[in-house]
Write a protein that binds this ligand. Structure first.
Ligand SMILES: [Zn+2]
Ligand SMILES: [Zn+2]
Length: 739
């Protein structure tokens, strides 16, 4: 077993005296603020604000009492049942390998809150072998945390803790965070320290394992923090680490990352809101729950987010001042939206991200294919059941996944796919039209009370466009000549290429009018944003013992190649140059560098200028040339884009005049050979023979390893070549720079 060490709890230990009873306070005021997950007749479930682990819950009776034996029989039973259900929920949500359950009665037993009894539920994960922490030193044994469940701070940490706490009695936030980082939990439950988790490969192995087991991974947390493009990845990392130590993790996973599936949402639904324990219409009515239209629900959730100064759409970079304000306005107004933009501008991702504005769970008639509200069902079966069953009508709590649908439009998409199909034989048998037995509902009705996304809207046939329009406008549709009333509660979000959307005849005018707002997306305005997206979206691969190190100028060149392509009049700009070009080029470059590292048995994977031709394959298929010529042409074009990109980045950091010493040495007869297969140490020869070169490389910053020196050398020389100060000859896979 791992021993839990949760240093962020020190803040709690230090200032708890100043507070009243946390359980009683939790019953008043803002649930979310108080971390209250739910209440039953006699009990409450609350998140631990200073958790030992992700998912650390506490279950307490509503009654403020310290005595377990004095609790009335009914309240005992309620407490036990709530405890059981909470364990089920955490198990379904986080898939822990085990639990610690604990109740500390009295200060001597380690109770933090002495006079209001409560259960702790602490999910636990088995440590992977490589990350198991060493045996505890004997002098640390027996040390206790504040509430008895935590034990054993190693002596060094205890000293640090004492030093911090001793200064003013209360830990500063920064210090708490620093301490927390010492014992940083990896987010999927491993609470070994960074040192003990050892080298990166071990952490990666754990991450892979966590992913395999469907647990939230630390990477997920890092992306959930919603940082902006202008912050460095280092800042992002540390922000994520700080956040990872707080109870907000739990909410981030469940509510914002969408890292839940239908099952966990349903399970969680039992705890998130008190009313969500309702299983029948009668119970729902008793809880006071009110069903609201989806626009109202999204509006309410957006206003709450804005009030908390939280970002919507975390992970979407570069739209803070342009696209996001428009989206917010559209959501507040309850508008149907159409996103216009060229390929690879995160349109689908934005649309999917809007589901984070849906409630984690809403009640629907159990078994209804179109998510009918139990108060006011529209399908015939549900209406009949409501009449027959009344308050005993069973309800199910459905999550955002059940209320989101998307379809890539093609000319093959039919009315049956999107809206529905009727069986004329059954109609002829005299069944009712609005009967599940005669209608097979399509994708749009199945996402009733939610969001439906249609990508590439202009590719829908006119007939289907008319059907869609009727559904949005008239609330009834014609299927095979039968008029069917379908008053759906749905927000339609579409995306389209701007040229297709505006070209005459592609979209029927009434449908175009039905979209209340057009939101224009765009490519990143700055190289920094492009690079941030590139780094965020490039998958972290298992590269064994080898470490990837990419110099800033290589990243800038990759992004600049895409920028050059977007500005080129030889490329069809109406279809655009996707951000995916940048991402895939970066991946190609890393792969080429990795192959070299394997062949030369070097420990570092560092892309070079000579790796750049590898982006040809990942660029060619994603750009459309304006003029179709001989097939050699797109290769030539990409070569030119690469050269222009190198030159632009080079000119930002270097000057030909500053490298006069280098060019002088070349003129004295020296030459340097480079290749994407050459071991890095061979570059050091060249640097030794041409002293000005070392200084030239120094202008770019400190490049301390042979692999980094090699790539910087190539960059300096290639720039001089592109400025026509050096010649470059090719022989086989090798290039020689000479005066
Ligand atoms: Zn109390
Ligand atoms: Zn129904």
């Amino acid at each position: 077993m791992q021993v839990l060490w949760a240093p962020w709890r020190m803040a709690y230990v230090a200032d708890k005296a100043a507070r009243g009873c946390i359980f009683c306070i939790a019953l008043e005021g803002d649930r979310r603020e108080r971390l209250l997950l739910g209440t039953t007749a006699a009990s409450l479930v609350i998140l631990n604000r200073f958790p030992y682990q992700n998912g650390h819950l506490m279950v307490a009776p509503r009654r403020h009492t310290a005595s377990l034996t004095a609790l009335p029989e009914a309240e005992h039973r309620d407490l036990a049942e709530t405890l059981r259900r909470s364990i089920d929920t955490v198990a379904a949500t986080f898939h822990p390998d085990g639990f610690n359950l604990g109740m500390n009665l009295g200060a001597a037993a380690g109770a933090g809150v002495v006079d209001h009894l409560h259960w702790h539920i602490v999910p636990r994960w088995a440590a992977p072998r490589a990350t198991r922490r060493p045996r505890r030193p004997p002098e640390a044994a027996g040390a206790r945390g504040s509430c008895g469940l935590v034990a054993a701070a190693p002596p060094a940490r205890r000293r640090a803790r004492r030093a911090h706490a001793g200064r003013n009695g209360v830990l500063q936030r920064r210090e708490t965070a620093a301490l927390a980082r010492l014992g940083e939990s990896c987010g999927s439950g491993c609470s070994g320290t960074s040192e003990e988790r050892g080298a990166r490969p071990a952490a990666r192995e754990h991450r892979t394992r966590a992913r395999k087991e469907g647990r939230p991974t630390p990477r997920g947390v890092e992306r959930a923090d919603g940082v902006r493009g202008h912050r460095s990845s280092a800042a992002r990392g540390s922000a994520a680490r700080e956040q990872r130590t707080g109870p907000r993790d739990f909410w981030l996973f469940l509510l914002e990352r969408g890292a839940y599936n239908r099952r966990t949402t349903r399970g969680m639904g039992a705890v998130v809101q008190g009313s969500e324990t309702a299983r029948t219409l009668g119970e729902l009515k008793a809880s006071g729950y009110r069903v609201v239209p989806v626009r109202e629900e999204m509006r309410r959730n957006l206003l709450a987010r804005l009030g908390r100064k939280e970002r919507i759409l975390p992970g979407i970079i570069g739209y803070d001042d342009t696209v996001i304000p428009d989206i917010e306005n559209a959501v507040l107004a309850g508008h149907h939206m159409v996103f216009l933009g060229e390929r690879g501008q995160a349109k689908s991702r934005i649309i999917r991200g809007l589901t984070s504005l849906l409630d984690p769970a809403v009640p629907a008639v159990e078994g209804c294919p179109i998510n009918d509200s139990p108060f006011d069902p529209i399908c015939r079966t549900c209406r009949r059941r409501l009449t027959l069953e009344g308050d005993t009508l069973p309800i199910a709590w459905i999550g955002p996944d059940d209320r989101y649908g998307e379809k890539l439009a093609t000319p093959d998409v039919s009315m049956a796919d999107l809206i529905g199909e009727i069986d004329p034989v059954k109609v002829a048998e005299g069944r009712y039209l609005a009967d599940e037995e005669t209608i097979h509902y399509g994708l749009v009705p199945r996402t009733n009370r939610g969001l439906f996304a249609i990508n590439e809207l202009p590719d829908l046939t006119e007939k289907v466009q008319v059907g869609l329009f009727n559904l949005m406008e008239e609330k009834d549709v014609q299927i095979k000549g039968y008029k069917i009333r379908l008053p759906l509660d749905i927000i339609i979000v579409a995306s389209a290429n701007p040229e297709d959307y505006t070209s005459r005849g592609r979209i029927i005018t009434p449908l175009k009018d039905r979209f209340d707002v057009q939101i224009r997306t765009h490519y990143p305005h700055t190289l920094d944003d492009e690079i941030t997206i590139m780094e965020q979206e490039t998958p972290v691969l298992d590269r064994g013992v080898r470490e990837v190190r990419v110099p800033f100028f290589i990243k800038e060149i990759v992004a600049q190649i895409t920028f050059e392509a977007r500005g080129s009049n030889e490329i069809n700009q109406a279809s655009g140059v996707s951000v995916r070009v940048t991402i895939n080029n970066y991946e190609s470059l890393l792969s080429n560098a990795e192959k070299r590292a394997v062949r030369t048995t070097e420990r570092e994977i560092v892309p070079r200028i000579t790796d750049l031709p590898s982006v040809l394959a990942s660029t060619a298929g994603k750009i459309e040339l304006e003029y179709v010529g001989e097939d050699k042409k797109d290769g030539d074009l990409i070569d030119r884009l690469i050269n222009r990109a190198i030159l632009k980045v080079w000119d930002k950091y270097l000057k030909v005049e500053a490298l006069k010493k280098v060019t002088d040495h070349f003129e004295a007869g020296w030459g340097v050979e480079v290749s994407d297969e050459m071991p890095s140490h061979e570059y050091l020869e060249g640097i030794r023979h041409i002293p000005g070169l070392r200084e030239g490389v120094g202008l770019l910053g400190a490049f301390e390893t042979p692999a980094l020196m090699a790539t910087a050398t190539e960059f300096v020389l290639e720039g001089l070549h592109l400025h026509q100060k050096l010649n470059k000859d090719r022989s086989g896979g090798r290039y020689a720079y000479r005066a």
